[in-house]
Design a binder for this molecule. Structure first.
Ligand SMILES: C[S@@+](CC[C@H](N)C(=O)[O-])C[C@H]1O[C@@H](n2cnc3c(N)ncnc32)[C@H](O)[C@@H]1O
Length: 344
């Protein structure tokens, strides 16, 4: 770890970061206060998962459901202020249930509606994060009375400051399906399909398939460096971490190397680790010292191939040993080579 801060201009405070790395810093404290130190129009991507509006409070301090929407919207003007005009705000919010009855609460929809209607954000697109490993909950309705099914999808609202945020889906192309590969090999005669879509003569290999807005990602870091080190050092791991592929998708899709990524509710700093790995500068805020104690493990050596592959496997792409031979290497994605900083 170095003692470098990401940029003098990005964060104007004498406050010492709690965690530092080559490209970023995490600060311990309340995001509401810390964000005041972030320079206007300096951030390319705010990517975060705030504490959810759960009926049963989680250990990391959810506010009550009825106050939740107002609490979260209290951050909106600062988020807009710090974003560049081309910037994006990607907000993951799990759904919640009405207390004591098997009906859904509407907070996660209300938040998106009010961010657009009252706070000036644009809804660039909604994403669905499908987590196949989610436990059946709430138990009363799902496993005891059996009157609801598993809630396996969370919303990810992609909001933007202006209608045309920076974005390039060619950076997140996925491998073609075997059917598509066969079709590309055999060739395709231009014609109108039964759906009415016309396949023109331009049909051909574009380097990979364009992903949809459903991201199917489980929490698969059970043997990862972070958990191993938390176990070794007796630090309590964060109970609600992102799978690294979730931030990786949006960081790749919406930013370029050296851009700035902010996670104001950083938890164990998954977003920071992903940003670091992909050569982006990053800032993180987190109110719990325990979670930032664990986050330090993400930025210590060895920064090895397995850890990087955990992040990149969402793109059907992994590193080989040659890729980590140098300090500054290039990350291979299906369509394109993207410069990224790799630490030995
Ligand atoms: C859902 S967790 C984020 C987990 C994170 N995405 C990860 O992968 O580890 C939300 C985090 O927000 C933190 N938090 C809650 N209120 C906060 C505040 N006012 N300022 C900063 N962090 C806060 C909680 O301590 C919790 O760790």
């Amino acid at each position: 770890m170095t003692s470098k801060q990401p940029s003098e201009k990005l964060f104007s405070s004498a406050l010492k970061p709690y965690v530092t790395s080559a490209l970023g810093a995490a600060y311990l404290g309340d995001a509401k206060e810390l964000i005041n130190n972030v320079t206007d129009n300096s951030v390319d991507l705010i990517l975060t998962s705030p504490p959810y509006a759960l009926f049963f409070k989680k250990e990391y301090g959810n506010v009550d459901q009825d106050k939740y929407v107002d609490w979260l919207l209290g951050f909106a003007s600062d988020f807009r202020r710090v974003l560049k005009p081309t910037g994006s705000f990607v907000l993951n919010i799990g759904g919640s249930w009405t207390p004591r009855q098997p009906t859904r609460a509407l907070c996660h929809f209300e938040i998106a509606l009010r961010l657009v209607k009252e706070c000036g954000f644009h809804l660039a697109q909604e994403f669905f994060w499908h987590n196949p490993a989610k436990l059946p909950a709430p138990a009363e309705w799902v496993t005891v009375r059996r009157i609801r099914v598993k809630d396996a999808v969370e919303m990810v609202w992609w909001l933007s400051k202006e209608p045309f945020p920076k974005a390039d889906n060619r950076k997140v192309l996925q491998p073609y399906s075997p059917d598509m590969l066969r079709l590309l090999q055999r060739g395709y005669k231009p014609k109108q399909r039964p759906s009415g879509h016309t396949i023109t003569a331009k049909f051909g290999d574009r380097g990979g398939s364009i992903p949809g807005n459903m991201l199917s990602l489980g929490n698969n870091d059970a043997n990862g460096h972070y958990l191993t080190r938390c176990g070794e050092m007796g630090v309590k791991p964060h109970p609600a971490r992102f799978p690294a592929q979730l931030p990786a998708f949006f960081v790749e899709f919406l930013t370029d190397p050296n851009d700035v990524v902010l996670d104001p509710f950083a938890g164990s700093c998954t977003t920071g680790e992903v940003a670091e790995n992909l050569g982006r500068r990053w800032l993180a805020f987190e109110v719990s010292k325990t979670y930032l104690d664990g986050a330090k493990f993400r930025f210590e050596a060895p920064w090895d191939i397995d850890r990087r592959n955990q992040i990149l496997s969402a793109f059907g792409q992994t590193f080989s040993s040659g890729d980590v031979a140098t300090e500054q290497t290039t990350l291979q994605f299906p369509s394109k080579r993207i410069a990224g900083k790799v630490r030995k």
